[in-house]
Write a protein that binds this ligand. Sequence first.
Ligand SMILES: *[C@@H]1O[C@H](CO)[C@@H](O)[C@H](O)[C@H]1NC(C)=O
Ligand SMILES: *[C@@H]1O[C@H](CO)[C@@H](O)[C@H](O)[C@H]1NC(C)=O
Ligand SMILES: *[C@@H]1O[C@H](CO)[C@@H](O)[C@H](O)[C@H]1NC(C)=O
Ligand SMILES: *[C@@H]1O[C@H](CO)[C@@H](O)[C@H](O)[C@H]1NC(C)=O
Length: 637
Amino acid sequence: MSLLRFGSILLLLLFGQTLGAPRSFSVDYQNDCFRRDGQEFRYISGSIHYSRIPRVYWKDRLLKMYMAGLNAIQTYIPWNYHEESPGRYNFGGDRDVEYFLKLAQDIGLVVILRPGPYICAEWDMGGLPAWLLNKKDIVLRSSDSDYIAAVDKWMGKLLPMMKPYLYQNGGPIITVQVENEYGSYFACDYNYMRHLSKLFRSHLGKEVVLFTTDGAGLNYLKCGSIQGLYATVDFGPGGNVNSEFYTGWLDHWGSGHSVVSSAKVAKSLNEMLAMGANVNLYMFIGGTNFGYWNGANTPYSSQPTSYDYDAPLTEAGDLTEKYFAIREVIQMYHKIPEGPIPPTTPKYAYGTVGMKKLQTISDALETLSFSGPVKSMYPQTFIELNQAFGYVLYRTSLPVNCSTPTPLSSPLNGVHDRAYVSVDGVAVGIFERNQAITVKVTGKAGSQVDILVENMGRINYGKDINDIKGLVSNLTLGKDVLTGWTMYSLSIDEAVSQGLLGETKPTDPPQPAALSLPAFYEGSFIIPGGIPALPQDTYIQLPKWRKGQVWINGFNLGRYWPTRGPQVTLFVPANILSTAAPNNVTVLELEEAPCSSGPCSVEFTATPILNATVQSNDKQHQHRQDMRQWDPVNWHK
Ligand SMILES: *[C@@H]1O[C@H](CO)[C@@H](O)[C@H](O)[C@H]1NC(C)=O
Ligand SMILES: *[C@@H]1O[C@H](CO)[C@@H](O)[C@H](O)[C@H]1NC(C)=O
Ligand SMILES: *[C@@H]1O[C@H](CO)[C@@H](O)[C@H](O)[C@H]1NC(C)=O
Ligand SMILES: *[C@@H]1O[C@H](CO)[C@@H](O)[C@H](O)[C@H]1NC(C)=O
């Protein structure tokens, strides 16, 4: 009843006939098995997403997978990671998927490729580029002509690039997935699936094994599968299916950290291998949602920066008890490679780093708004402002005197997703999608109202993936619709990496406040000399900071939100650190930094904390509890 998206093990059910040629990979329907170069082949695979791991660590992680006894990996290709604006492709550095495939092959792993176009994956918008939403009423994942045109163009770029890496052509790719769990999507558009399978065939050739994956239930298969493609089924927890087939589970801000015991995973794996099944462990290593790449689920609940997943290899690639338990099981069925397992990489606690305040967002507007302000009567969305990720500042003024607290509201729940409100430079409240739609304001007519809106990640699963960001409906003050907006797209990442942020204007020492203006803070630290093994990986922790975004040497590590939890530390890979110059830490704190009431610092530690007690307010907490009890089939991995 439930799906691979539960981080489960993929079980391929096979039916078919044999092909036997040199360097061939096919399905033997008669004997219910795969054949590689004519020989019966069974894969024991693990999921790894290259987009969540720094390139320098790909080899280490792949080798650890190989040493666990896996003979295959499964990976997604996130379209929006490679085509951030239409026609501008990026396959360099951390996005060099060809290099990733070569490494896998060199190590001895075959590859199950899941190129989408939609991937889900707890990735922003399920991997679809936000610019598709330029067409307001686009029906994603369907025969919508604009959608299809964009897909055709993207696949016309990607698939020819993948073709040399197909097994038949000398590469590691044994099978290619078409779409992803389409059966659970409302559109149920057969023409779309037919179009995709033709498109994949035309670029990849007729020999490649194409497959679809859907939930194990007739309803899912009905829309997801199509003639000529192998229909596979995935299993997860719940319903009438074994609930122990996944290695771990995803987290959401404000919900407890998910954990699955090694014993359960080992037991399920053993059962599946005993059945002779082809197996994929989702995830074998989860990794990190660096920057703004995390997705969200419905009702709106976004995923944290860490995608640790309680997988056999941790977010930082560390070997776990689960890793060895899985290896033990595989060993009973397959010869495990000889040789040492690459060790867990050492972590270093660089200690406390003092931070000083820089400009607030409003002080730095000139610097941050590369394209200058846009004016309009009613608010425009991120997409209308040509911005995909991050933050936009919306500015207007009070049309009337508000001598008593007056409700500033988003009656249609149109603040996507969180917004920090100030009046004449004083922070007054926070909007949060589905949680807080009113902020009380006071002030004279003409007072400046600033609303900094944060995109917390687009919904990656279900019918709400057209997830428009910004102020997506009007705000009201009392009964009146607010008008006369000035909007600033903010190029914060560029400003941080180019060191453009200035110091704060000297003012009176800040008073401890419940809330202060969103502002930048900066500090630096030097890697100690005389220790040849440095730099090493580390974790950054922001005790008493509330919510924001953090960069090291201009690299966007992701969001922190220790007041919501469960994630407390952020993984800092060694490759972004420098021994040649002081390392620069930049923090954008959105709510209130501890700097006015105590030590203004961040800490680098050697141990991750991903499972803090969730400290949300009662309403929030209740809401999460309810969500956790909902049918998990409607959720996503
Ligand atoms: C706001 O109040 C001031 C006096 O405090 C008055 O002069 C002004 O006309 C009022 N403005 C509006 C728009 O009501
Ligand atoms: C805001 O209200 C105006 C007037 O009713 C309407 O024309 C406009 O479409 C609304 N804008 C949004 C984003 O809802
Ligand atoms: C940190 O910032 C300083 C001052 O801008 C610069 O000289 C230094 O190179 C930066 N460090 C790194 C590692 O980029
Ligand atoms: C968090 O995880 C650590 C390490 O697994 C464990 O020792 C600790 O008890 C956990 N804390 C909570 C609050 O669950």
